[in-house]
Design a protein around this ligand. Structure first.
Ligand code: FPP
Length: 242
């Protein structure tokens, strides 16, 4: 298929979301930040369940960035415990809903118990195909490219890869996302217009949608509106309009 120009008919196939605003949502209610993260985690199920009707086959969500370790120890520990509980509690329903779960990011800094839960959930849902949910955990776009480059360099060193043959396509095979299509639409909640190191490589031609809603208030309806606003945008992939 010629991808140089294409009208974004219908909905986006792959939506990526930067779930921002949990802290402010909690603060506005006089509660600790973790209260907002818990409310945010509850929203994830609703958004995943909305995907099939909206024609969204791939959903990628930013749960924890390589920079989020700079938060207080209480918040980091609370988030890690929330991830463990989320996986334990949601595994069955994700499986039954036909969701295939994948995790991207560097697992090296994550605790063993969490990594085991992540591996188990990936394995348990590996035959599912209805919705592909990818959770970015200890993920950073630059870190991902650096890790990919390291693996590629090892292949070159071992004589298995000709450096002259390295191009964008071959490098992309070493990224965490190598089995996923590039995102068509990236949504960021909470009014910030930044991409914060999320899917830097993969979003080269994505459409962006920055919305004011804080993540814990982001409903299936808000999601449907963002998806609808994508339809009809002209995507040129660098080409001159025809
Ligand atoms: C950003 O809000 C949010 C995060 C760093 C964490 C995202 C996590 C969740 C939505 C919860 C769980 C997710 C899963 C997959 C179980 P913020 O704290 O930066 O908000 P602020 O900008 O208002 O401070």
């Amino acid at each position: 298929m010629d991808l140089t120009t294409e009208r974004a008919k219908g909905g986006p196939r792959h939506v990526a979301i930067i779930m921002d605003g949990n802290g402010r949502w909690a603060q506005a209610r006089g509660k600790p930040r973790l209260f907002g993260h818990h409310a945010g985690a509850k929203r994830v199920r609703e958004i995943v369940e909305a995907c099939p009707d909206l024609g969204v086959r791939y959903l990628t969500i930013f749960a924890f960035s390589t920079e989020n370790w700079k938060r207080t120890q209480t918040e980091v520990a609370g988030l890690m415990s929330l991830f463990r509980r989320y996986i334990t509690r949601e595994a069955r329903s994700l499986f039954k809903e036909g969701v295939r779960v994948r995790f991207i990011g560097d697992r090296i800094k994550l605790d063993e118990k969490l990594v085991r839960l992540m591996d188990d959930l990936e394995l348990m849902t590996s035959d599912n195909d209805r919705v592909h949910l990818t959770i970015a955990l200890n993920y950073g776009g630059r870190d991902e490219v650096a890790r990919a480059t390291k693996r590629l360099a090892r292949e070159v060193k071992a004589g298995r890869l000709d450096p002259e043959k390295v191009d964008a396509e071959s490098l992309a095979k070493y990224l965490d996302t190598y089995v996923l299509p590039d995102p068509d639409l990236v949504i960021r909640t909470s009014g910030e217009a930044r991409i914060s190191n999320f899917l830097l490589w993969q979003s080269a031609y994505a459409e962006y949608e920055f919305i004011d809603t804080l993540w814990p208030d982001f409903t299936a309806e808000t999601f449907a509106r963002s998806v609808a606003s994508y339809a009809g945008r002209e995507r040129r992939f660098g080409a001159v309009p025809g």
